[in-house]
Design a protein around this ligand. Structure first.
Ligand SMILES: [Zn+2]
Length: 496
């Protein structure tokens, strides 16, 4: 009896450690091929997609390609009969600013403004000269509730510039800076005029009503405002007599323009069998960072790895699961294949989905998220096939064990857990779409290939993708998804 128990225990242990390959799963995993991944990636990451910038034409084309593929596969269109979940986004456009110094209206070519604030109509205040903004200079004049004119030193940076910090501390209401190099000033003006929208947001921004922000003007404009010359202003600085420059007045109004940007998550749903109410969500972001107008030569950020690789992996897995279902081997749990938008802008599409889920989050079992799985990072140039695995043990020890066992049974990739540490300085656990699911207590696994030399560059191209590796990694995610979707018990959450 005792001996029998030992035998059974040993058998159970060995079964767990060396689970048998399931030929049925293998059959469908092998429908995921290099050729297929490459064919789709050559479209998704082609120059024609223009870098798939959120809200722009390339993103729309990529979304259309994905939704057509879902339709062709016969996936259910789960959002009121469509594949798109609209994600409304906002950005601050170029602000509407008018400026008068003394009695002179300053034309749009002669100043620039930077800041996300607006005024309540026109405001008027004394304009005073603070020279180069040294401590003694600023202490010589009263800047509280006034507009200060600051001459910036050679290669002064705007970030945490000590003079600007001090002026704000002393209560200056507005700051007018004069950049020492004329071409820097002209560049600021050109940038302000061509401003095509800033950071994207999920909620409509409400600019603070305040006068903070920075104006950029030329030295000549400033001299004219003070009814003097540049030479005399320079002399006042040299002689430490800036307080002798007679104050003028500044009058300005700032109105922020809020632009709406429309984007979409693309969802395809495969209904399960006896456990269809439970859903496994597989995600990758399909849009990217668009065009870099100032890049030399090639200006298109193709995002072949980031995250074209994840996008085509999702399409390939959808195809494999659909094939299985056609042959009576469909998953017991349902699977939502979702390519999300706005990851690069702050995980916006996945946040929108988890705030507005199409399938209840209570019934969402696991999120498997893929963001870059087509390359090798410098640390793994000579490594056996690997992938960084992040987050698998954070909410469910069962998910972590499952993931390890599935990998050992099939491809036995090197699972690198370097970035799994929540305290790792690169903070990868918080940096892709899975994080929005983890925040809602849904166990996740994030698959990633590392930060490589072409990350967020125009050189992230299809011809640099290692397709054999991409295939093995996609199949590994597929094997894992299959196990999660078909096992008897839902993966349990045992950690918070
Ligand atoms: Zn990415």
């Amino acid at each position: 009896m005792f001996r029998q128990i030992i035998t059974i225990l040993l058998l159970a242990l060995s079964l767990q450690a060396f689970a048998q390959r399931d030929p049925v799963v293998d059959k469908y995993a092998t429908t995921i091929t290099s050729a297929d991944l490459k064919a789709n990636l050559s479209i998704i990451a082609s120059d024609a997609m223009e870098g798939r910038e959120t809200g722009k034409r390339g993103q729309k084309m990529a979304a259309a390609f994905i939704s057509f593929t879902f339709q062709e596969l016969g996936l259910t269109a789960p959002v009121n009969g469509g594949y798109y979940q609209s994600v409304p986004l906002y950005s601050l456009g170029a602000p509407d600013v008018s400026l008068k110094l003394g009695n002179t209206v300053i034309g749009a070519d002669d100043f620039a403004f930077s800041g996300a604030v607006e005024t309540n109509g026109e405001v008027t205040m004394p304009l005073i000269f603070v020279g180069k903004g040294s401590k003694e200079e600023i202490e010589k004049v009263q800047v509280a509730d006034k507009a200060a004119v600051l001459i910036l030193e050679g290669n002064a940076s705007m970030n945490n510039n000590p003079a600007i910090v001090l002026l704000r501390e002393k209560g200056a209401k507005a700051i007018f800076t004069v950049l020492p190099q004329e071409e820097d000033f002209l560049r600021m003006v050109a940038r302000a005029k061509n401003f095509s929208g800033g950071r994207l947001m999920l909620t409509k921004p409400s600019p603070q009503t305040a006068t903070a922000g920075i104006f950029f003007v030329s030295y000549n404009t400033v001299a004219k405002a003070f009814n003097t010359t540049v030479v005399k202003l320079d002399k006042a600085i040299a002689d430490k007599k800036i307080d002798k420059i007679k104050p003028a007045t500044a009058a300005f109004s700032i109105k922020q323009q809020i632009a709406e940007v429309k984007s979409e998550n693309v969802l395809g749903y495969l209904e399960g069998t006896d456990k269809k109410d439970e859903v496994v969500v597989i995600t990758a972001h399909y849009d990217h960072i668009g065009i870099s107008p100032r890049a030399e030569g090639d200006k298109i950020n193709n995002g072949a790895d980031d995250d074209g690789s994840g996008t085509v992996a999702v399409l390939a897995m959808a195809k494999a699961f659909v094939q299985a279902k056609k042959e009576g081997k469909g998953p017991r749990r349902s699977i939502l294949f979702m390519t999300v938008t706005g990851e690069e802008k702050g995980l916006l599409g996945s946040q929108f989905y988890t705030d507005n889920p199409v399938y209840s989050l209570d019934n969402t079992v696991v999120n498997l998220n893929i963001d870059m799985i087509g390359r090798s990072d410098p640390q793994h140039k000579t490594s056996a096939p690997y992938v960084y695995v992040i987050g698998s043990d954070k909410l469910s020890s069962e998910l972590h064990t499952l993931s390890e066992n599935v990998n050992k049974t099939y491809h036995n990739l090197v699972f690198d857990y370097t970035y799994n540490d929540q305290n790792h300085p690169d903070r990868l656990y918080y940096r892709s779409d899975h994080w929005n699911f983890a925040k809602k207590n849904i166990p996740i696994i994030f698959y990633f290939d590392g930060i490589h030399e072409d990350y967020h560059k125009v050189s992230d191209e299809v011809d640099k993708i290692e397709f054999d590796l991409l295939t093995k990694r996609t199949q590994t995610v597929f094997y894992t998804a299959w196990e999660i979707a078909n096992r008897a018990n839902r993966v349990a959450v045992d950690k918070k």
